[in-house]
Design a protein around this ligand. Structure first.
Ligand SMILES: NC(=O)c1ccc[n+]([C@@H]2O[C@H](COP(=O)([O-])OP(=O)(O)OC[C@H]3O[C@@H](n4cnc5c(N)ncnc54)[C@H](OP(=O)(O)O)[C@@H]3O)[C@@H](O)[C@H]2O)c1
Length: 235
């Protein structure tokens, strides 16, 4: 158990990678500020973390809405020792380009890019000068590998990768380390699937292990990007 009151903020904590990261961080003794949209699922993650003996606070709601972003930031302001943020909230809308609507594009860009940027920016703004902050932005193999029905999703994840790199350069002298983690397929609820449906995919617990490795790494190690996939992936 950690003796310091260190907090990690996790978006997308109601499901998949975000939920697994919350549980792993709680096992390691980190306190948590968790966010997600589905109240029942977010409550389960929050309770599971508390049962592991840490403090777990939650903000339920759409991360693209300013009021919900502010609630997370206000909690972060109160609990000053924020050592990490894991931006795992994300969606993918997949269709041939002529079927990809304006709404689908807006949804992906607003969640995957804009809300992520705002969380990054606001946490840097309120960061205590002496603290070290780990920003973990969850991207995808789609940030470098193109898929024909993923025009919009690839665009957002390519954006996550380059946004993370540019931000990392801008803030590295302020004790902020920005790491972009790009997994291949992960066995979660993503894209209306259910666990068990993505045979040979990474498990969310495995991605969580890598995320916590990045958070726990020595402060002198600049982790820019980590690309991972499953050894049993068959495509
Ligand atoms: N699964 C894959 O194959 C895969 C591969 C590479 C990268 N990724 C990336 O990994 C990240 C996590 O996805 P996952 O696989 O863990 O999928 P998931 O099980 O569907 O989880 C997605 C999470 O994002 C949250 N979320 C989505 N839109 C939101 C919004 N507007 N406001 C607040 N929360 C929102 C969801 O909340 P609710 O459920 O409460 O709505 C959920 O907690 C995403 O960025 C995804 O692009 C996934």
């Amino acid at each position: 158990m950690r003796n310091k009151k260190e907090y990690i903020i996790i978006t997308g904590a109601s499901s998949g990678i975000g939920r697994s990261t919350a549980l792993k961080a709680a096992e390691e003794g980190f306190n948590l500020i968790l966010s997600g949209r589905n109240v029942a699922k977010l409550n389960v993650t929050t309770k599971n973390c508390k049962d592991l003996g840490v403090e777990a606070l939650s903000v339920c709601g759409d991360i693209t809405e300013k009021s919900n972003q502010e609630k997370i930031i206000n909690l972060a302001k109160k609990n000053k020792n924020i050592v990490g943020v894991v931006n795992a909230a994300g969606v993918g809308r997949f269709a041939a380009p002529d079927k990809l609507t304006d709404d689908m594009m807006d949804e992906m860009f607003n969640i995957n890019i804009k809300a992520m940027f705002i969380m990054n920016r606001e946490l840097i703004r309120i960061k205590d000068k002496k603290n070290f902050l780990n920003i973990i932005n969850i991207s995808s193999d789609c940030d470098q590998v193109a898929f024909p029905d993923a025009t919009g999703y690839c665009a957002t994840k390519g954006g996550v990768l380059m946004m993370s790199k540019a931000l990392g350069l801008a803030v590295r002298k302020q004790n902020v380390r920005v790491a972009c983690i790009s997994p291949g397929r992960v066995d979660t609820y993503f894209n209306n699937k259910r666990p068990g449906m993505r045979v040979g995919a990474l498990m969310p617990e495995e991605v969580a292990e890598v995320i916590m490795f990045a958070i726990n790494a020595h402060k002198n190690i600049e982790i820019q990007e980590i690309r991972i996939d499953s050894m049993s992936r068959t495509w």
